[in-house]
Design a protein around this ligand. Sequence first.
Ligand code: COI
Length: 355
Amino acid sequence: MENIKQNLQITKVKQSKLATTDLSKLSFGQTFTDHMFVCDYKDGSWQTPQILPYGPLQLDPSAKVFHYGQAVFEGMKAYKDENDKVWLFRPDENFNRINKSSKRLAIPEFPEDFFFDGLKELMQLEKDWIQKGMGNSLYIRPFVISTEAGVSASPASEYRFMIICSPAQAYYSGEVRVKISEDYSRSADGGIGFAKAAGNYAGQFYPTDLAKEEGYQQVIWTDSNSHEYLEEAGTMNVFFRIGDKLITAPTSDRILDGVTRKSILELAKNENVEVEVRKIKVSELTEAAKAGTLKEIFGSGTAAVVTPILGFGYKGEKFELPTIDDSYGKRFKQQLLNIQYNIAEDKFNWRYAID
Ligand code: COI
């Protein structure tokens, strides 16, 4: 493969938007940086990648992405340490996962050097958008869409791989209470739940709106066969602490293999916290809540990091969680942030320097 660095074409903006952007008042995913990475696939191969001024795309109305949802994405973050050095967190995981997602959606895989060289160049150009300080980051959204014109229901022969970036503060602000789904599922066996496919998220919106009408912020999805097992919370993986045991569902074709999820599992094992990765019945949760042994629920994800869940509802009953001193969620969130912001030793080798 040719060296992309010699081929990456860069067109810079004439005037950055940064001077006129208020970075202290950001709503998640609403503000975008000056540039975007773009690479098209046609004639059987990925073409010369480009970095261009951020802006709208022009696509044929019959482009397959609009009709059949052939689209996958990733969520990553860049952090700035006290010495203005920029770091990514386990980007190899995101690279591998976007290709795993692509494969399932019949999208051609993206080359590793295109991904990393494009990402590094983009980070260099946009580093002034990253604010120092815990909680501040640059949310990075790589994605692929099918661009070929024509509504025949078959995989496209043309695609666009892009990376856009959005300066971010915390994702969920305010309290989070969840409704445990009694009849909706995020995905089914043999489906695309493990992939970060756009359609998985589209399918969540309506049941989440219904839960919001009942006063909840998110839904905990249950399995499509019996609705007896707990799977994911909203756009996050979910952890339960019963007694001092930390429990989360195993990954499967229905559950996203979250990078934050797997990092928390490693942090917990490293501290000899008793961890169980196994199926969890809704009834186990409600029984533990009634017995007073359910100490914590928290969600994990790139955007959300670790989000405490303060209560849940199931079949008309409402449960509130206690406030505890030694919260696993708080502890592992702090440990993750300390690694991400280059404050703590990186014994797992998760940080990736942008120089
Ligand atoms: C992420 O954590 O990156 C996500 O995928 C959540 C996103 C849907 C906002």
